[in-house]
Design a protein around this ligand. Structure first.
Ligand SMILES: [Zn+2]
Ligand SMILES: [Zn+2]
Length: 90
C-alpha cells in the first residue's frame, strides 16, 4: 500500500495556483512581477477525504502532518525498528 501524501500548494486570492517560482519575501510580499501575492495555502491528501485551507503556511503544514500521522505508517519504518531490536537481543 502506497503511503498517502498531502502536498501543500499556495494560491492567489482568485484561487489560481501560486507556483513555487513565485518567490516571496520573508514577510510574504511577492517578488514575482505577475504575482498578486499569496492569499492562502492549501493541502489536499491523496486519500481523498481530507483537505485543509489556511492563510498561514505553517498552520497548514502542521494540520497536514497531523492528518498524515493518522494514516498507518509505511511498512518500512516499523520493520527497520524490529530488525534493530532483534539485533540487540542476545
Ligand atoms: Zn503567486
Ligand atoms: Zn489522508
Amino acid at each position: 500500500m502506497a503511503a498517502h501524501r498531502a502536498p501543500l500548494t499556495n494560491h492567489h486570492s482568485d484561487h489560481s495556483l501560486c507556483p513555487p517560482d513565485h518567490k516571496h519575501t520573508s514577510s510574504g510580499k511577492p517578488l514575482h512581477p505577475n504575482c498578486p501575492g499569496r492569499s492562502y495555502s492549501q493541502a489536499v491528501c491523496t486519500c481523498g477525504t481530507w483537505q485543509f485551507k489556511g492563510t498561514g503556511k505553517g498552520c497548514v503544514n502542521e494540520s497536514r502532518k497531523r492528518h498524515l500521522a493518522t494514516h498507518p505508517a509505511p511498512a518500512k519504518g516499523p520493520k527497520v525498528l524490529r530488525d534493530l531490536l532483534r539485533l540487540d537481543l542476545p
